[in-house]
Design a protein around this ligand. Sequence first.
Ligand code: NAG
Ligand code: NAG
Ligand code: NAG
Ligand code: NAG
Length: 475
Amino acid sequence: MGHLVSTVELAKLVLQRDHRISILILIVKLPFKSSSMLDTFLDNQSRDNPYPARLTFSTLPPLSNPPDSSSPLFFPTVIDLNKPLIKEAVESRVRAGSSFGFVLDMFCTGVVDVAAELKVPSYIYFTSGVSLLNLLFYFGSLVDGKGVDICDKFSDPNIEFDVPGFKGRVKGSAIPAVCLDKENGSSMILNHTRRFKKSKGILVNSFEELETYGVQTLLEQAAEGSMPRVYPVGPILDLNKKSRDGSPRQDDEESTITQWLDNQPLSSVVFLCFGSMGTFDEAQVKEMAHGIEKSGHRFLWSLRKPPPEGKMWSINEHETFVEALPEGFLERTADRGKIIGWAPQVSILGHPSIGGFVSHCGWNSTLESLWFGVPIATWPLYAEQQLNAFELLKELELAVEIRMDYRRDWNTKTQNFMVTAEEIENGVKKLMSLDDETKNRVEEMKDKSRNALEEGGSSYKWLGCFIQDVLSNAA
Ligand SMILES: *[C@@H]1O[C@H](CO)[C@@H](O)[C@H](O)[C@H]1NC(C)=O
Ligand SMILES: *[C@@H]1O[C@H](CO)[C@@H](O)[C@H](O)[C@H]1NC(C)=O
Ligand SMILES: *[C@@H]1O[C@H](CO)[C@@H](O)[C@H](O)[C@H]1NC(C)=O
Ligand SMILES: CC(=O)N[C@H]1CO[C@H](CO)[C@@H](O)[C@@H]1O
């Protein structure tokens, strides 16, 4: 859902900039997910479409024989099985003689084959940061250029190594676990990376001022011809909360939260939230509760119940996990804390009472937090979050650390680490009494992220370059 929202926002920016372009958004439905949120989102988008003639949506029919969703090859397989449908959906447009090109989500790279068959160019929309892109290209060059087995070479989480695009040495523990998965994970990531490299260009949801060095490195490689061009066009955020399901229940929950925040002093509340799939087991919840309580700070905590065993996709957004809290916790903290399930993250981060954010460091949350100038305490969980946390702490010095030195199974089946109450207490205290230098850096990045999108700003210019290139490449 996050990828789709971000893609639609990007599409609107492109349409706003150039009236010659039309965009068709093709959506592949995942077989296991309830699609009510998607349907509401699409309904609203079509009702409230600023470019009805140029922005259209098409949802592909669901697969009659979906692959096993617990397999690591699930996503690439779903895309493979959809290729004929995708081709069918666009073929008439290509044949009609209009210029045409694909922009592919970073997990849909299999569609480059369709583009090649139709002899049209494809671009990638990379919804994570430039640092991940640099790391993936580095691994790709080791495997394809030097025959290195990266799963062996980087298996030690304490290893330190140089990566083009990073100022300091990268630590083994920052590598996304899927990259080191010998089974199929690393092969899948490499396959994506090879296709990124073959694309005509890569749009990245980041901005030059945030990842200056990483962007420069990629642009130099592009100038040498060894890499497609990157276009840092972000931050693309969903600030109008379009991804919400718009139900009265969410409206109620949001106004309760806002009212509570309205009654707290300026910058006094620490917000804890771990993304759409971030949940913890009971023992970890108890440690968190003790740590938060001992920190003495006010808090707003999105505490959700873990999904049933083997069903990581079916979290009930609204269900809290209060039964895991230590005895008496709610009573003792009633005057300074609030537990919530679903969190309207953007309106919370934008509220003046929020002083800090304990975050899983998903890229999207990272960009949102910087946009509002809210400092982060890092607690990454899965995917590329360890790398994002590493970048925020070590490369950019925009955050404080809770923990980030452990590696979690890439398919998140087990929680093989425990963050202690003491680490949480210390992290929260550090976050809420941040040194002035870090505070100023965060504040500056807030201004830079907003300026990047303004006319004449860096991301504004890069989007212009992208549009130019598309118009000259379109087949
Ligand atoms: C980012 O994540 C938040 C919280 O999960 C979600 O509400 C929002 O729609 C996402 N935005 C984008 C652009 O993906
Ligand atoms: C990666 O691509 C190769 C060659 O097309 C294929 O044999 C392999 O199965 C792919 N790996 C994964 C995990 O998809
Ligand atoms: C969808 O549209 C309804 C009715 O216009 C509105 O109340 C709701 O806030 C919208 N939801 C989203 C997610 O934009
Ligand atoms: C489709 C595919 O490549 N599956 C492989 C995943 O990894 C296991 C273990 O290495 C292989 O046996 C499968 O063939």
